[in-house]
Design a protein around this ligand. Structure first.
Ligand code: SAJ
Length: 432
């Protein structure tokens, strides 16, 4: 199938890079967002999200004349739906954006068009929810138009390269729909393109993120056991990972971001009776901020009135994304416990977060601190030297939740270091 003009609905972390990449590969792209502010920002050449390299790519796309941004769709050869699927309080998927995007396509849908859903969705969303909406056009999915599900699996921070290099799954409601999807993405994807059915493709996406969530949960549970039994979890993991079939992930303050902490719930919602392991893993990871707070409490005694420098608020290293961040939960819980928390996030020093005192510099976070709590393995934190920090703060207590700092060097500079998953007086190197 040949494509000249496509319409991308939803211009967020996935839709905007996708629209821009198609435009720089020669397609005419209409980018659509229902948020007027987003449309205004983009029409004026600005960006509402941060992703390395996106500004240059977006400007090239706009500059080529191939990318136009509007607040509603128009007739096109293909429609890509890349809107968010958040969840409600009770963890059920909120498909309202997916549904309204599909509704918006209906008046413009023509025989021979392709529609692709990219939004992460519960199993069967494409066939049971999106197809019936699109069929209000009078056209039949798989007969008159092609319909496919193709999940995005790019890693925030590396979206632009992964968009092109990653293997891509395309699940069609029938074989010809999957092939039409392949013809579209082959325009820029250099990774392998794998064809399957729509529901398998939905499951693949959810399985990948759930697999990672469960694996992080077991690492977090192991770190709790390590403290109980008086060992160093980091040493134990390093040794276990020398086994050729073992790859234990890292414990930490919990699982954040808008993917791994959300997607497993889509499977739980779809089949609560079949998902005890997935549910338990979610609960382990969600309770991890509380574990970090207990670690701090053990290190300082009472939290009440203690001045605490929290280093790192992002959901993972070297991104500025604060969504669903467990580090923010830790900072809030410390504050609720009576501590005076000064939080510092090097990638978003001006962040404003309700109920949190975010300071714009490391110096301000440390100036009056009694305890330093390190929550994210950001590069700028890894580069800090103990002697340099000792000059900036009266604090001599460190709680390292991410195994970022070499404890002996900090101890040599006069600090007492508590590490997540460690209750051992002498830390022995793996090779000793
Ligand atoms: N984390 C740990 N321990 C680890 C690894 C991660 O606690 O050993 C935490 C991180 O700190 C973070 C969370 O897990 O809070 C998630 O981080 P991540 O780097 O594992 O994943 P995301 O959410 O940034 O991106 C994931 C990726 N999925 C997989 O690796 C299976 C990405 O490929 C997906 O495209 C993305 O979700 C998505 O959009 O679904």
């Amino acid at each position: 199938m040949k494509f000249e003009k496509i319409c991308v609905l939803g211009l967020g972390y996935i839709g905007l890079p996708t629209a821009s990449t198609f435009a720089t590969h020669g397609l005419q792209v209409l980018g659509v967002d229902v948020n007027r502010q987003v449309v205004d920002t983009l029409q004026n050449g600005g960006l509402h999200i941060h992703e390395p390299g996106l500004r240059t790519l977006f400007q090239a796309a706009i500059g080529s004349g191939n990318l136009i941004v509007e607040d509603g769709p128009q007739a096109a050869d293909a429609f890509i739906i890349a809107v968010p699927t958040p969840f409600y309080e009770d963890k059920r998927a909120d498909l309202s954006f997916v549904k309204s995007a599909a509704e918006a396509v209906v008046p413009h849908l023509r025989a021979g068009n392709l529609v692709v859903l990219e939004s992460t969705s519960p199993p069967r969303t494409t066939v049971d929810i999106v197809a019936p909406i699109l069929e209000k056009s009078g056209l039949r999915a798989g007969k008159d138009f092609f319909l496919a599900y193709s999940p995005e699996r790019v890693l925030p921070g590396q979206i632009l390269s992964e968009l092109i290099e990653n293997a891509r799954v395309i699940g069609g409601v029938d074989r010809l729909s999957a092939e039409a999807g392949r013809d579209l993405y082959a325009i820029f994807v250099r990774g392998e393109i794998v064809l399957t059915d729509a529901t398998t493709a939905e499951m693949v996406k959810l399985m990948e993120n759930t697999y990672r969530d469960v694996n992080i949960a077991i690492a977090n549970e192991f770190s709790r056991l390590a403290e109980r039994f008086g060992i160093d979890i980091w040493e134990a993991i390093a040794i276990a990972n020398r086994h050729q079939r073992v790859k234990i992930l890292n414990p930490g303050p919990g699982v954040g971001g808008h993917c791994i902490s959300v997607d497993p719930w889509f499977l739980v919602e779809a089949a609560p009776d079949l998902t005890p392991l997935i549910q338990a893993s979610r609960h382990v990871n969600d309770s991890q901020p509380q574990v970090i707070v207990e670690l701090v409490r053990k290190a300082v005694g009472s939290l009440h009135g203690r001045v605490i420098a929290v280093l790192g608020l992002a959901y993972k290293p070297d991104v500025d994304d604060l969504r669903e961040s467990p580090a923010i939960d830790v900072a809030r819980l410390l504050g609720e416990g009576g501590a005076l928390v000064r939080s510092y996030e090097p990638y978003k020093p001006g962040a404003r977060l309700e109920g949190l005192h975010v300071v714009p510099s490391l110096e301000q976070a440390l100036a009056e601190a009694e305890v330093i709590v390190l929550l994210v393995r950001h590069k700028p934190f890894l580069e800090l030297r103990p002697a340099q920090i000792a000059r900036l703060t009266p604090a001599r207590l460190i709680v390292d939740a991410v195994n970022a700092w070499d404890a002996p060097s900090w101890q040599a500079a006069g600090f007492v270091v508590s590490r997540l998953g460690v209750r051992k007086s002498r830390v022995m190197a793996v090779d000793e």
